[in-house]
Design a protein around this ligand. Structure first.
Ligand SMILES: [Zn+2]
Ligand SMILES: [Zn+2]
Length: 412
């Protein structure tokens, strides 16, 4: 018969419970205490069942993972992940399982202890023996019983991991790659949040690359860079990614493949793969100098099926741009960090030629496409910048960065 038939009457019974409006305070407190305990027990039982579902192959038989099976039952993805992790670990952690089964520990704290034990195992150069693991579980349980939050339990586990690694001849945390993580998640408003936990070497490379590209650069009129340090680091990250996408050849087109889906009936509803919808303005900027594969149902309204050959600046034109502009025409960033911008956008019939191109770093490229800056080709066959009226009410043309110095020399 199994345990399922016993559970149904329990559920029916609980469903009949009504919380009265005029409940006495101490009664409410007692009921809440009991229900929290009940929740802990239920959470523990579901985790145990997740372990069973895994071991008896129910999910695999349906062609999916236990995590996916739990999500199909209505669990949030993060809860499903927690249940799978805890369900898989509890059979080897009997002390923790006993406390959890008693309802003494909420599922989130059980999970923090399981993650902590996994972390310590990852830090260990060899196997962790039973007695040692028992001491570690007891230590983390002690943290919980003295009021620690899941995050505090995680901190404690890192300390224990350091101590264990030092005693066993393992690497110090700063040098241990086995615990490196990089997480990214798309937020509800379509942005990307990134979280990383890196060893010293990878960390140093990241910081060096970001710092090198994130120095403040004065505006064309000599006024200080208005971007915050944090914004400059984010811009620098894009520069680093562009350099990586180009490989060793700085004059080549970026190899990054961005996939954009454009509904022909509503081109303003373009979507970027992995991320979500993007505005037409942003799509035009991306199309300037990034390898994009577009999926269009009907090409009548959207000229995106021109193919990259016509749209992207080939190596010989890039080299010509490097020679003429020498750097970002707005801020002077080195050419290897620049995009090739179409002065008359190619979706508006602008051609991919030296006369219709100029070099712009990612941050300045965004200024042109989004912040009202314009680029025009001068009679001198060099690009000129026109600031928005908010920057200069007269919108006087400013020469490209490499020509600004020349002008000063001429004036002197
Ligand atoms: Zn720039
Ligand atoms: Zn552009």
């Amino acid at each position: 018969m199994g345990i399922a038939p016993d559970l149904q009457p329990l559920l029916d019974h609980l469903r009949d419970v009504v919380v009265p409006d005029d409940m006495a305070g101490d009664d409410a407190l007692e009921a809440a205490r009991c229900l929290v305990r009940l929740r802990n027990v239920v959470d523990h039982l579901v985790a145990m069942l997740a372990g069973v579902l895994d071991r008896c192959g129910v999910a695999a038989g349906q062609g999916r993972t236990v995590r996916e099976l739990l999500i199909s039952l209505g669990c949030a993805p993060s809860v499903a992940e927690r249940l799978v992790r805890v369900g898989g670990a509890l059979p080897t952690l009997p002390t923790l399982a006993a406390h959890a089964g008693d309802g003494a520990i909420p599922g989130e704290h059980v999970d923090a202890i399981v993650k902590g034990i996994n972390h310590i195992r990852a830090r260990s150069p060899g196997e962790v023996d039973e007695a040692t693991r028992f001491r570690q579980v007891t230590d983390l349980l002690g943290q919980f019983f003295s009021g620690a939050t899941p995050a505090a339990i995680g901190d404690r586990a890192r300390k224990l991991g350091n101590r264990h690694a030092a005693a066993e001849g393992g690497l110090p945390a700063a040098e241990d790659r086995s615990i490196n993580t990089l997480e990214h998640r798309v937020t509800s408003d379509g942005r990307l949040q990134v979280r990383a936990d890196l060893d010293a070497e990878v960390g140093a490379k990241l910081v060096a690359a970001i710092e090198e590209s994130s120095a403040p650069r004065p505006e064309p009129d000599g006024s200080p860079d208005t971007r915050s340090a944090s914004r400059r680091r984010a811009d620098a990250l894009e520069t680093v990614l562009d350099i990586a996408a180009r490989g060793a050849d700085v004059a080549s087109a970026p190899r990054t493949q961005l996939l954009v889906t454009v509904p022909a009936e509503a081109p303003d509803l373009a979507e970027l793969a992995f991320m979500g919808s993007i505005s037409t303005m942003t799509m035009e900027r991306i199309c300037c100098d990034t390898t994009i594969t577009t999926v269009i149902v009907d090409d009548e309204h959207v000229p995106l099926d021109m193919g990259r050959e016509k749209r992207l600046f080939p190596a010989h034109l890039r080299k010509a741009l490097y020679l003429r502009d020498q750097c970002c025409i707005k801020c002077g960033a080195p050419p290897g960090r620049t995009h090739a911008h179409h002065i008359v956008h190619w979706t508006h019939g602008g051609e991919t030629s030296l006369n219709n191109g100029c070099l712009l770093c990612p941050a300045c490229h965004a200024n042109i496409h989004h912040d009202g800056w314009d680029v025009v080709m001068g009679l001198d066959k060099h690009p000129w910048l026109i600031p928005p009226a908010t920057v200069d009410p007269h919108r006087r043309a400013i020469p490209a960065h490499n020509r600004r110095t020349m002008r000063l020399n001429v004036a002197a």
